[in-house]
Design a protein around this ligand. Structure first.
Ligand code: LLP
Length: 433
């Protein structure tokens, strides 16, 4: 397993944020989501320090759908990033964490009336409008609150990103945004930019997630800048912000080959500067919206090994005390992960096992083929790279409580989200006679 952030090995044991996994288990129990706070902070700073320009302001917007709770929102705010929220729930969490509303971007392809009211009431900085119906609602709400709402429009530049079909977002039949190839989109922009309740500031797109090809992002920037210029010409507006989304691919296993982010961001910025000057466009702000590439490598899930058994066909299974409820990605996207027996890190005699969870579901497999050091009941099994889209996509299937989330840094562990209890599971149940 590749070690990330502050991970190290001491006396046969995996250490994260200066704390051994057995201490984490005795303090917090398992399954446990562990966030390496320093790893995350360093990655946030890498984005801030490398995505910058002398010709425009840059914004790094954390896509909170990857991993959201009060503590991460507070940390993101402290680090100086903006935040992308995609629902009333994420928005509420950001506001409760004290996030400056001005630095919030509100996304979503079907924002509800009440969600838009919450956003306008709280003076959310930017609403990323997806379609005309939503714009109509928003314009009306802004009018009622006697305010002018800053808006950017999500568009689809039709760039094909090579990633899993479910996480591609700009195919021509994608549900997100409006196509730049549809003349009606420009008519709509012209209409929005003359609305006194709306400050039309620019456009947004997101080509997909877990994308490894650098050229996809460069091509996306080119297309978006060209379209931004057309907007300036046709809608007679000053184009202010181009938001190029997230999607930068990360390492899960040795099948993944991500580009080095720091140097990529430098090249990316230069490329954007060049294209802008070629077309004589001068937006105030260029923004990006990374989620996975900020948090994924700095999250791990710690489990306790239960039974180990061989099927009649000879397949050796290791069962853990969690499963698809805390990580649905292997069953949803055939996502692959790496694991270790975290209390046997020096053991080099590895054998192949299938790691399965405790859900009543044949597909509840976390890793099909993991190389593990002689797992025994009671051992600690850690799956790395679970920072993004694990906790945020977790469920209570089989009425399994969600694990605790702990942040570790400098030898101290702090609970960010408490472990759910059985009582939590029945909290909203009503008994009908
Ligand atoms: N901005 C927008 C508008 C997005 O839709 C997304 C992701 C992001 C930013 C952040 O993308 P990232 O940097 O994290 O790749 N549940 C899936 C991923 C879905 C991503 C949806 N949108 C998974 O587990 O792989």
């Amino acid at each position: 397993m590749k070690l990330f952030g502050t991970m190290s090995i001491k006396e046969n044991e995996l250490i994260i944020g200066g704390i051994g996994v057995s201490e984490l288990k005795s303090k917090h129990g398992t399954p446990l989501y562990i966030i390496d706070q320093k790893g995350f902070e360093d990655k946030a700073n890498l984005f801030i320090n490398n995505f910058k320009s002398n010709t425009f302001d840059t914004r790094v917007i954390y896509a909170s759908k990857a991993f959201m709770n009060l503590s991460i929102a507070k940390l993101v705010s402290k680090l100086g990033l903006c935040i992308d929220v995609v629902s009333g729930g994420e928005l509420y969490t950001a506001l409760k964490a004290g996030f400056d509303p001005n630095k919030i971007y509100f996304h979503g392809n079907n924002k509800l009336y009440d969600e838009l009211v919450l956003a306008v009431q709280n003076r959310v900085g930017t609403i990323v409008v997806d379609n005309e119906y939503e714009y109509d609602l928003l314009s009306g709400i802004s009018g009622e609150f006697e305010t002018v709402t800053r808006v950017i429009l999500r568009v689809n530049p039709g760039i094909e990103a090579h990633t899993h079909e479910y996480i591609q977002t700009t195919k021509n039949d994608s549900k997100f945004g409006l196509s730049i190839f549809d003349d009606k989109t420009m008519d709509f922009i012209i209409k929005m930019s003359s609305d006194p309740n709306i400050d039309f500031a620019g456009i947004h797109c997101h080509v997909g997630s877990q994308v490894f090809d650098e050229n996809t992002f460069l091509k996306e920037a080119d297309e978006m800048i060209k379209y931004a210029k057309e907007i300036e010409n046709e809608a007679q507006v000053v184009f202010k912000e181009l938001n190029l989304g997230g999607g930068f691919g990360v390492y899960y296993t040795d099948e993944d080959n991500p580009f080095e982010l720091g140097s990529f961001l430098g090249r990316y910025t230069k490329h954007i500067e060049h294209k802008l000057s070629e077309l004589d466009l001068n937006p105030e702000i260029i923004s990006i919206e990374p989620g996975r590439s900020l948090i994924n490598s700095y999250g791990s899930t710690l489990y306790t090994v239960g039974a180990i058994k061989k099927t009649m066909a000879g397949l050796p299974y290791v069962f853990v005390d969690g499963g698809m409820t805390d990580n649905p990605r292997p069953s949803l996207y055939q996502a692959k992960y790496e694991a270790v027996i975290a209390n046997k890190m020096d053991d080099t005699d590895l054998e192949s096992y299938r790691i399965a969870g405790k859900c009543c579901e044949t597909g509840d497999i976390l890793i099909k083929d993991a190389s593990l050091a002689n797992p025994m009941p009671g051992d600690l099994l850690l799956i790395s790279s679970t920072g993004a889209y694990n906790y945020s996509m977790s469920s209570n299937y089989n009425r399994i409580p969600r694990p605790e989330v702990v942040f570790v840094k400098d030898g101290v562990s702090k609970t960010a989200v408490k472990r759910e209890t059985y009582e939590d599971l029945i909290r909203n149940d009503e008994v009908i006679d």
